[in-house]
Design a protein around this ligand. Structure first.
Ligand code: SAM
Ligand code: SF4
Length: 349
């Protein structure tokens, strides 16, 4: 794309927060647009969600999974995965520690582990809510009634990435899962009043800029409260082990495009980004992102939750993570968010 056309499109996105699919795809395909897109997204981030960076304490409580996603180290056919399951008491104890370390929000994440029935999970959610924490769940697909039970137990937010909006690609990479089910889950979560986080992977085999543009427009169409982007980190224990890692410049354009089109959304700088490129979290926080999710899982479990190899910070303690994040945020001239850091709605320009 020539410079004038690129500039006109980015300017339009910054002013109107709208782009057509073809316009978005052209920008996402244009490596030369990366810095200008990121700078515009950084301005929009500051205007709409401010300088605070919200920290969520991530508790990875079970590595058992009944699904078989081709990219993920927790997939059920990975016989070399080390499986563990924290007890409800251990999960609540980690949440207590997260609170003591100053996290207002915990994200409870796991594989799709049937041991954690909705009732068992709901009891844990109630205990964690008694601590005064905001609770986000990321436990995959469930029946509508289960989402309801969990919401009634006090769960505030739910993360479920669409992974890709391209039906054929999704169903190829997530065998046995259906695109309709995924959409049904996201619609249920919205209807039940959760703050809903979704997102996609970047670097999937066969994925195009047009597909990614449709992903961004999908996030906008469901009014996603949070959008997380994961560059594919190939895992040698999975069928996608020989793929190329996601292109970090494309990831940066995605983060920026999401900020421009969904100016109020929470957008995390994710661990997968840092794993592929040290320092990427800061770069993403300057390209539209405003959230980080440090791991507060302790001990062996922290190493065994191996979605992909070389996961950043896996040997650190939760206390070290918290202090390290705060230092990094301050060094950027930003501040650590004080409250639960929910989706902003009033800050329209
Ligand atoms: N099982 C739940 C689910 O799938 O929604 C939650 C846990 S799952 C491990 C969380 C996210 O990890 C997935 O949405 C997927 O995008 C990401 N993930 C899995 N394998 C990955 C890989 N190799 N590289 C980057 N991200 C990956
Ligand atoms: Fe299981 Fe989630 Fe990994 Fe898929 S991405 S295998 S559902 S943990």
């Amino acid at each position: 794309m020539d410079e004038a056309a690129r500039h006109a499109l980015i300017d339009k996105a910054e002013r109107t927060h709208r782009l057509a699919e073809a316009e978005l795809a052209a920008l996402l395909a244009d490596d030369g647009a990366t810095d200008e897109l990121a700078a515009a997204a950084d301005r929009v981030r500051r205007a709409f969600v401010g300088d605070e960076v919200h920290l969520r304490g991530l508790i990875e409580f079970s590595s058992y999974c009944r699904q078989n996603c081709l990219y993920c180290g927790l997939r059920r056919d990975n016989k070399n995965a080390q499986r563990y399951r924290l007890s409800p008491e251990e999960i609540v104890a980690l949440a207590e520690k997260a609170k003591a370390a100053g996290y207002p929000t915990v994200v409870m994440q796991s594989g799709e582990d049937a041991w954690f029935t909705a009732e068992r999970l709901a009891a844990i959610v109630r205990d964690v809510k008694r601590l005064g924490l905001t609770v986000t769940l990321s436990v995959g697909e469930r029946m509508t009634d289960e989402y309801r039970v969990l919401r009634e137990a006090g769960a505030d937010r739910f993360l479920l990435r669409i992974e890709t909006t391209d039906r054929a690609l999704y169903e190829r990479l997530d065998p046995g899962m259906s695109h309709e089910d995924r959409i049904r889950c996201l619609a249920d979560l919205k209807r039940l009043g959760y703050e809903v986080g979704t997102g996609c992977l970047v670097g999937l085999p066969g994925q195009t800029a047009e597909m990614l543009a449709r992903d961004v427009l999908f996030f906008r169409s469901i009014d996603a409260d949070m959008v997380g982007i994961g560059p594919l980190v190939p895992n040698g224990e999975t069928p996608l082990g020989d793929e190329r890692p996601g292109d970090m410049r494309l990831v940066r354009r995605m983060v920026a495009a999401i900020r421009l089109l969904l100016p109020e959304a929470n957008i995390p700088a994710t661990t997968a980004m840092e794993t592929l490129s040290p320092g990427a979290r800061e770069l993403m926080l300057r390209s539209g992102a405003n959230v980080m999710m440090p791991n507060v899982t302790e001990g062996e479990a922290r190493q065994k939750y191996a979605l992909y190899p070389g996961k950043a910070c896996v040997a650190d303690t939760p206390e070290h993570c918290r202090a390290c994040m705060e230092g990094r945020i301050r060094a950027m001239g930003r501040t650590v968010g004080k409250g639960p850091g929910g989706r902003m709605r009033k800050n329209r320009k």
